[in-house]
Design a binder for this molecule. Structure first.
Ligand code: HEM
Length: 241
């Protein structure tokens, strides 16, 4: 929507606008780079989870190996802690940039646009914002479930990673929560990857745009679908204790 104004721009506003544009680009870069870190992590994590199809011992051996990887060059759990620090820094950067960009968009538009005729489609910005909040809430529960608190909703023991996973997903409502969260994650990655490619200037030609859209779709399906396999196959009784 074009707007015109007869009032002269105050002195220095051009410099202020240029600075504001630069910092908006910096915030978008921060979102894109931290987003790529998450995509790398979830791809590896999803692949690791599929070990559940190889049975109890293979899965637990893999969980144990995550803690001993790189020893004795690294201390016990050394790699795990490096990954944790990178993830926490990326999370802080991603959430900070998201909130800052959202506030900027609000301030730049003090008067809301006249509402368009409702088409039924959810705007991407709203989907990303609420999707992000949902994924964050899921992550808090997920860490309580499997890492920090180790909650067994089935009431069983929590000291065996494979059994904890099976007990968790044998509970239908927990599997449902995970499947909804994975659908949100897929949608978030689909749009987020495409946005990050735009920020990084990788969508300049029709060919690169088509490629970016295809990669975004493939990543979303691969990650959301791959993560959903273990919960579904546990609930179906194929993966069992
Ligand atoms: C069905 C899907 C998932 C399953 C079955 C699953 C399973 C697990 C398990 C068993 C652990 C504990 C690993 C261990 O301590 O040995 C874990 C940790 C973790 N998961 Fe997941 N996960 C799933 C989805 C996700 C998703 C979508 C994310 C991110 C958005 C995620 C992020 C994490 C993080 C950050 C940790 C903590 C790693 C650590 O520092 O110890 N997980 N997950």
């Amino acid at each position: 929507m074009a707007t015109t104004s007869s009032t002269k721009a105050p002195a220095g506003s051009l410099a202020t606008n240029a600075r504001s544009t630069r910092s908006t680009i910096a915030l978008k870069l921060l979102m894109a780079i931290s987003g790529f870190v998450f995509i790398g992590y979830v791809l590896l994590h999803m692949y690791g989870n599929l070990k559940a199809f190889s049975g109890h011992d293979a899965f637990n051996e893999y969980a144990h190996h995550l803690r001993t990887f790189g020893e004795p060059m690294l201390p016990h759990e050394g790699l795990l802690w490096i990954v944790r620090v990178v993830l926490v820094l990326s999370l802080v950067a991603h959430v900070y940039a998201a909130v800052a960009l959202w506030r900027r968009a609000q301030l730049a538009r003090p008067i809301k646009y006249v509402k368009k005729k409702h088409t039924g489609a959810i705007p991407a910005s709203r989907l990303m914002r609420w999707g992000g909040v949902t994924i964050l809430l899921f992550l808090v529960w997920h860490l309580l479930n499997f890492t920090v608190g180790k909650v067994n909703v089935d009431g069983g023991p929590t000291n065996d990673p494979y059994n904890l996973v099976v007990d968790s997903f044998a509970t239908w409502w927990l599997t449902l929560i995970y499947l909804v969260a994975m659908a949100m994650l897929g949608a978030h990655i689909h749009h987020g990857f495409w946005s990050a490619c735009q920020t990084l200037g990788l969508t300049g030609t029709q060919r690169s745009r088509t490629l970016a859209k295809r990669v975004a779709f493939t990543l979303a399906v691969l990650i959301a679908g791959g993560f959903s396999l273990v919960p579904i196959f546990v609930l179906a009784g194929v993966i069992e204790k």
